[in-house]
Write a protein of this length. Structure first.
Length: 173
């Protein structure tokens, strides 16, 4: 009986420690609007024209996070992208207005995203295109006051230029 009780206590303590170590991925939940004036695009240029973007994140009851990105590109064309994922480091498919028609017509695999939390405010996002080519990692940081979300992308672009884009979003709600 003592062995069973001791085993149960060890098991409960292990689960408690594991749960305590899990980041709380709720800091980015909400609606965020792109602030182009605060954002930096290197080597540039910043998006021109009527470019805008709103991101909405929510956590479903099943533990999946839904990221919806509504935008208007620099030519005035509406855009939409949606990812449904868990922050567990696994690839999850995404669909967007840019690839939806191709995806449906060909029945091919679409782009994917992987999300892993570093801490309560920071996540690393990794994307792959439909061909499996890995994109540059994106570091998402929510400010301690919860009012600003920053996405930083660093690496080399397709032309071999050093890229460092810092995209700033303000919380809407």
């Amino acid at each position: 009986m003592k062995t069973i009780l001791a085993g149960s206590i060890v098991c409960l303590l292990s689960v408690s420690v594991a749960l305590a170590q899990q980041p709380k991925p709720v800091e980015a939940i909400g609606t965020w609007k792109l602030n182009i004036a605060k954002s930096k695009y290197s080597p540039g240029p910043a998006p021109s024209g009527p470019a805008s973007e709103v991101r909405r994140l929510e956590i479903r009851k099943d533990g999946f996070t839904v990221l919806q990105i509504f935008g208007v590109d620099s030519e005035g064309t509406p855009t939409f992208t949606e990812y449904i994922y868990k922050p567990d480091g696994k690839d999850y498919p995404g669909l967007g207005s840019a690839n939806l028609a191709d995806f449906l017509a060909a029945g091919t695999k679409g782009p994917t995203t992987t999300v892993k939390f570093v801490d309560d405010y920071t996540a690393i996002v990794q994307t792959k295109n439909a061909k499996g080519v890995v994109g540059l990692p994106i570091t998402r940081v929510v400010s301690q006051d919860g009012k600003t979300q920053t996405l930083t992308t660093k690496g080399k672009n397709a032309r071999g230029q050093t890229l460092e884009n810092v995209t700033v979003y303000d919380r809407v709600k």
